[in-house]
Design a protein around this ligand. Structure first.
Ligand SMILES: [Zn+2]
Length: 362
């Protein structure tokens, strides 16, 4: 996992388990106040403006920059949660573009096309969301099937699929979609915002994570993105169904979502990965630092995230959990990702200290 080659130290690179590559174009540019109550929802309006101006050349240019940055910073594979389907007349064009770019840049790619149908809970699609739209589950599932023929033969590329959120998919269609492809990792945004949880309870009488897990059937490889605002009961349900959580610490902080109760989740045996999501930060080490620091601040102690033996080295536990969780999210469990150069060999007697320095020192 961490190795010395000559006078250099390497580790296995990490999966970026949740990305919307095109959003890299607006990373860091949404810090102007537009009104008295800036929030996730006003940020989303800015993102919709970016979407309305997108063409395939711009899409490729942004994603190339983003994937190059990922590779430099320590990600060896990206899970692209893809809902910007209609940049051209053919939704396969952006999928092909993503695989081509990843092959060119030299990074692994799991494209996750996601179903997007409604403009909110049981609401019609809005004009600003039409580039995401699929008319029916059947049309979407046929599209996923067509995407499977685009996976490049060489390189470490995969396909997943999913649903954007329960805001974007009527609950009556969830099971039809989750049942379709059990061999692909399934991803969905859930319970990111308190307002979203309240709306869901208003419409369906239950919060999104609980509702989804009750409805989804028995998909064997589920990845719930964010799950920030969940109850203890929902945490238990996630673990019982062997679903994983994809945490995006810097995006969740930037958007004021809240933080996922990771310590509690780990005590239950929960599994997780990390993603850069809106890409305010493209740096897996910083995401890991944030995860741990959120936990320390919340509990006012140190090194308590994992329930481990004194001799277990905490930075290694964190790295290993993120590495394994990411591979499951990308559908590449069992494969070895590219080496990442941690730094020159120095006076550290324990190689693992290079890992700790990478996570905690910047
Ligand atoms: Zn997202």
């Amino acid at each position: 996992m961490i190795k010395q080659v000559g006078n250099k130290v390497f580790c296995e690179s990490i999966v970026n388990a949740h990305s919307h590559g095109f959003q890299y174009a607006m990373a860091g540019l949404a810090e102007y106040s537009s009104n008295q109550s800036d929030s996730f929802w006003t940020w989303r309006d800015s993102m919709y403006r970016l979407v309305s101006e997108m063409n395939l050349d711009k899409f490729a240019e942004i994603n190339r920059k983003f994937l190059t940055k990922c590779l430099e910073s320590g990600y060896g594979h990206v899970v692209e949660f893809h809902y910007l389907h209609h940049v051209t007349n053919d939704p396969l064009d952006t999928v092909k573009c993503l695989y081509d770019l990843a092959s060119d840049v030299g990074i692994g790619m799991t494209v996750v096309p996601v179903f997007y149908h409604s403009g909110g809970f049981e609401q019609k699609i809005k004009e600003t969301q039409k580039r995401f739209y699929f008319e029916s589950p059947t049309k979407f599932l046929n599209h996923v099937e067509a995407c499977s023929h685009l996976i490049p033969k060489s390189g470490n590329h995969r396909l997943g699929y999913g649903v954007h959120s329960l805001r974007a998919c009527p609950i009556k269609w969830v099971k039809e979609i989750t049942s379709a492809f059990h061999h692909l990792p399934f991803h969905i945004h859930l319970s990111e915002q308190v307002a979203e949880v309240r709306e869901c309870v208003k419409h369906y009488g239950k919060p999104p994570t609980q509702l989804f897990l009750e409805e989804q059937g028995d998909h064997p490889n589920m990845h719930l993105v964010h799950a920030t605002n969940v109850s203890d009961e929902e945490l238990h349900m996630i673990v019982d169904q062997n679903a994983h959580v994809v945490i995006c610490p810097t995006t969740e902080a930037n958007l004021g979502d809240g933080y996922f109760p990771l310590r509690k989740f780990l005590r239950l045996g929960g599994k997780f990965s990390i993603g850069s999501d809106s890409h305010v930060t493209v740096n897996p080490w910083e995401e890991m630092r944030w995860l741990d620091y959120q936990d320390r601040l919340q509990h006012q102690d140190r090194l308590g995230l994992f329930d481990a033996k004194p001799e277990d080295y905490r930075p290694e536990l964190l790295y290993k959990a993120v590495l394994d969780g990411g591979k499951a999210a990308a559908g590449v469990a069992g494969s070895y990702l590219e080496d990442y150069f941690l730094g020159p060999m120095d006076s550290h007697s324990d190689l693992r200290e290079h890992l700790a320095k990478k996570i905690y020192v910047s």
